[in-house]
Design a protein around this ligand. Sequence first.
Ligand code: GSH
Length: 210
Amino acid sequence: MPLLDEDRPLLYSFRRCPFAMRVRFALHEKGVAFDIQEEKLDQFSDALKALHPESKVPLLVHRGMAIYESAIITEYIDEAFPSGPPLMPADPLLRAEVRLLTYDCNRNLKPSIDHLKYGTSRFAAEECAGASERIQKSLEAYESRLKEHDWLLESGFSLADIHLFPFLRQLWGIRPPPAWLNDFPLVGRWLERVSNRPAFALTMAKSLVE
Ligand SMILES: N[C@@H](CCC(=O)N[C@@H](CS)C(=O)NCC(=O)O)C(=O)O
């Protein structure tokens, strides 16, 4: 385990976990130096199990405090490291939009993508029914946002982009791809724009120490 300096955050992570990607992405966008403890999904370390009441990744330890839930961690990072570029807009209504987009992603988009991807090999047929339609409804909303600006919010790149990106990337990675993805070209181009950010390359880098 890396040496722990109180001011240097330690992230318990799993490289392919979309929730952990959110946190690594935010840390890299802010230019925060951090240590990383790469976990095995099927065998979490005793240290992580002792710190997280639900035994999940991601979890961030900073100044002696264990912080979990990806969207709580990313907001914390944004506030705790103000010298990096802000990832939350200043306007309270736009801040609420970030949180609503994140809430809908966690509650509806993510499970529907899982239902589409794994189908009845993992879920009951009733849960899978209508998954494509539910996803397309969310995509229509994102497509219409992206007609007006390059990022999901009018104020610029934000945690909304960071929070939704790992899940939409998964959707675009499904093989064979659903034909209806072609109906959302602006979301496709947004995915490319987010993927091309230097912080995303760092997010997916294989080295264990950041
Ligand atoms: N709501 C949590 C979800 C985290 C989550 O589900 N992580 C998965 C890996 S992608 C996990 O640790 N699963 C282990 C388990 O549920 O036992 C967050 O936003 O951080």
